[in-house]
Design a binder for this molecule. Sequence first.
Ligand SMILES: NC(=O)c1ccc[n+]([C@@H]2O[C@H](COP(=O)([O-])OP(=O)(O)OC[C@H]3O[C@@H](n4cnc5c(N)ncnc54)[C@H](OP(=O)(O)O)[C@@H]3O)[C@@H](O)[C@H]2O)c1
Length: 287
Amino acid sequence: MAIMPGLLPPSRETWETACTLFKFFPVITAFQWVLDWYPQGKTSTESRFNISGKWGWATMESAGFMTLLYTMFTLPKELGLDSLPWGNWTMAGCFVIHYIYRAIISPLFLNPSMSPMHPLVWILAFTFQMFNGISIAGYLAGYGPTSDHDWAGRYWSMEIGLVMWAWGLLGNMFHEDDLREIRRAADRTQRREAEKQGKPAQSVDKVYMIPKNGLFQYVLYAHYLCEWIEWAGWWMIGGWNCIPARTFLVNEVATMLPRAVQGKRWYEKKFGKDKVGNRKAVIPGLV
Ligand SMILES: NC(=O)c1ccc[n+]([C@@H]2O[C@H](COP(=O)([O-])OP(=O)(O)OC[C@H]3O[C@@H](n4cnc5c(N)ncnc54)[C@H](OP(=O)(O)O)[C@@H]3O)[C@@H](O)[C@H]2O)c1
């Protein structure tokens, strides 16, 4: 049964409109190049409207993979398809694995703390997720390839893409854990001090240091870079003509690149240019 007929699961017309509109998302994110106001994470601001960082991330980032799962299990029946090819399920599985980590495991179980976010950031990220979810779900659940024949002859590029996707995801997790370790270490130190002084330990919210391990030696946003590698690999699994995968990657870069460049300015202001050294924002040796 359709939750919202024509929208969820999407009709072909809705899907095509969503795919077209989503290509223009970089126009919205272009404001990040000229505006330093970005009320989330390092640059969060105090506001009585703020949403908890952990719950904000969990709710906004769940929208895409839930839309995908729901559509994968409902649209084929509406279209009279008996089953979907294994290539479609492979891509859907990769997407769901990433977002279970990003939306559930990372914010709710692993991250020691996350700065609050302004509702505007939540709304934009939720909108991104819904458009992305519909665009990818429509493609994988019936409007894109519908038989194993459509995937035939592309096994090498699919395998290389899958390997890239997996390394990208692992790299993203590794570098995020390096950031977590900064707060875990600060928490251990503060607890030791507090125990000595017989006082309650202070919170580690907003404790920042320059990360130094892995690719952080070269770029301040190594986790972003790894995420781009991950989604570039995923596009490769889908193939050159998998437009929803291409739009997703382009839109991620369009929003994360200015954020990383802004983040580099933030690091230089907080720690000094000499401490940041030769590190680039996100692409080694370039940006
Ligand atoms: N931001 C985007 O537009 C976007 C889009 C798509 C995907 N993603 C992915 O989502 C993940 C999180 O993105 P994000 O923009 O929130 O990344 P982020 O700003 O680097 O923050 C990630 C986490 O690490 C903490 N943190 C960041 N820098 C730290 C430092 N120097 N020392 C100690 N702790 C630090 C943050 O705490 P605070 O919250 O307190 O700062 C937050 O909990 C990334 O892996 C990224 O690839 C992000």
